[in-house]
Design a protein around this ligand. Structure first.
Ligand code: GAR
Length: 200
């Protein structure tokens, strides 16, 4: 670790509402002994970057378009993470699978939030709205959110926290996604606080 304060790098691809929950958690003291050191996006022009810039947090964009070769892209991400003295990584709506080299470099210090009750509706191809569509198609009566450690698989790492929400008969992908997202914002703050304590 780099000292008393745990440096968190948050990896994003979209709206950044979970990133916002983490930044708010740091500001309110719900997350103590940590700061968001870097927000790294896989895409340019996303709201998550705007949220980070508004909060004065360093940002980086490392896209597959700019770095089509995976090895080079991985090296650039690793450089950015190192330059930010990263102690812990949060995947908060990061829509790329994290390369194994990065998992190995930060093993046990990377967490991901997923919008379902893992092991249901997760793995390759299950992200964003697709997850909620799958829950509705399956006729599930409950869904939820999970925060887990990241290993070399997709959504296979040890679960840190999970919280359920009901699924109502008249739910659409949008209404279910919004209910789950609200829960995500609560458990991501709790999970980050737990992991910061372990990192410290
Ligand atoms: C969240 O629902 C997150 O769980 C999901 O993308 C959304 C990002 O929202 N992640 C995945 O589906 C990863 N498998 P946000 O950008 O507003 O935090």
């Amino acid at each position: 670790m780099s000292g008393a304060i745990v440096n968190i790098s948050v990896l994003v691809s979209g709206g950044g509402s979970n990133l916002q929950a983490i930044m708010d958690g740091v500001a309110s003291g719900a997350i103590q002994g940590a700061r968001v050191a870097l927000v790294l996006s896989s895409k340019p022009g996303v709201c998550a970057l705007e949220r980070a810039e508004n909060a004065g947090i360093d940002t980086a964009i490392v896209s597959a378009k700019d770095y089509p070769a995976e090895a080079e892209r991985t090296a650039v991400i690793l450089n950015r993470l190192a330059a930010a003295n990263t102690d812990m990584i949060v995947l908060a709506g990061y829509m790329s699978v994290l390369p194994a080299e990065i998992v190995r470099a930060y093993r046990g210090r990377i967490i991901n939030i997923h919008p379902s009750l893992i092991p249901k509706h997760c793995g390759k191809g299950y992200y964003g709205e697709r997850v909620h569509r799958s829950v509705l198609d399956a006729g599930d009566k409950e869904s939820g959110a999970t925060v887990h450690f990241v290993d070399e698989g997709v959504d296979t790492g040890e679960i840190i926290l999970q919280r359920k929400v009901p699924v109502f008969p008249d739910d659409t992908v949008e209404t279910l996604a919004s209910r789950v997202l609200k829960t995500e914002h609560e458990i991501i703050v709790l999970a980050v606080a737990i992991c910061v304590n372990k990192c410290d």
